[in-house]
Design a protein around this ligand. Sequence first.
Ligand SMILES: Nc1nc2c(c(=O)[nH]1)N[C@H]1C(S)=C(S)[C@@H](COP(=O)(O)O)O[C@H]1N2
Ligand SMILES: [Mo]
Length: 379
Amino acid sequence: MTAGPGRRAPALRTTRLAAHLGTALGIAIAICFVTGLLSHWIQHPPGWFYWPTRPAWLYQLTQGLHVACGVAAIPLALLKLAIVYPKLFARPVIGSWRAPVAALRRGLERASIAVLVVALLFQLSTGLLNIAQWYPWRFFFTTAHYATAWVTVGAVLVHVGVKLPDIAAAYRRESDTRSADPDSGPGRRAVLGAGLAAAALAAVAVGGQSAGPLRRLAFLAPRSGAGPQDLPVNRTAAAARVGTAAASPDFRLHLTGPRTVDLSLSQLRALPQHTVRLPIACVEGWSRWATWTGVRVADLASLVGAPDGAALRFVSIDVGPYGVSTLPATHVRAADSLLALQLNGADLDLDHGFPCRLIAPSRPGVTQTKWVRRIEVVT
Ligand SMILES: Nc1nc2c(c(=O)[nH]1)N[C@H]1C(S)=C(S)[C@@H](COP(=O)(O)O)O[C@H]1N2
Ligand SMILES: [Mo]
């Protein structure tokens, strides 16, 4: 700090506060990054990737954390920006060539902050718009959100690396002066406390939609819980333009693999039926448990002679972006992966995928394909 002795305490306070807010923000960003990567890999699995079927709520947890920490990061990021704001415009921009190491460090610091601020604000705002279900850019969102995540994390690492001495000093000075400097506490603690409280409130207000008992507190959540059969609907049959085809009495489910089988709805109903409790856990953060009844995916796989390690591709009547999903072999074999015909004790509502839809444990909602028309063995 370059401030004179008289201004030393406030400057210190600011540095400490920035360090504490930065730590909280860093933790939130780290959780967002890891959970986001998981969600990305589940939907676009690299060859080495393995995602378990147990516990059934695993994806509900990771994605709930993703959304809650992302939302909590918004007040933390704004507060941190407000505190360090004057520094962003400090002169000289980089420094003198006479002290090249210091200038390099400063240049790196400023560049990483510029990238970090832009990338983080982009991540938080697009993420928020997405959970508010305003996405004029469906594809652009996932691709851009994923790519920018790497940029953000890279900028955080550079930023923390460059700032490490300051961060360490801020924490060290705090333990040195905690008792000797009683005045420096309350202001900083009040701001930090307010920031964390705002973060927690934001997380519960929006992210609480993922957690059973907290759902009632999720007053900012875009999901009211409305929808037929006590389950929200992301895309209705009308929006997907599948109503007529899905409700047609001529409906046939086509199974292709080593053997090819066509099944009518009554033939599907005549197969052994199983009932499971599984959640729909949407990538946008909302989730809801329900009781599903239908045919085991594993039974359908055997019906067409699928080999043991085969994945299955579920193709919907809906030709939109979420009309196809590939179920990995681990989930094909899981006893609670169903081609569901019923939801909460009644035939699926048209909006929930009548006549049949996929429901599997520990998977993103977006992969739980509705209005399934064809199941292919992937070789
Ligand atoms: N064919 C098809 N299946 C789909 C979708 C879709 O748009 N089309 N939306 C998915 C998404 S994003 C979610 S969260 C779940 C929601 O299921 P629900 O509408 O029955 O609650 O369905 C998934 N299955
Ligand atoms: Mo979803």
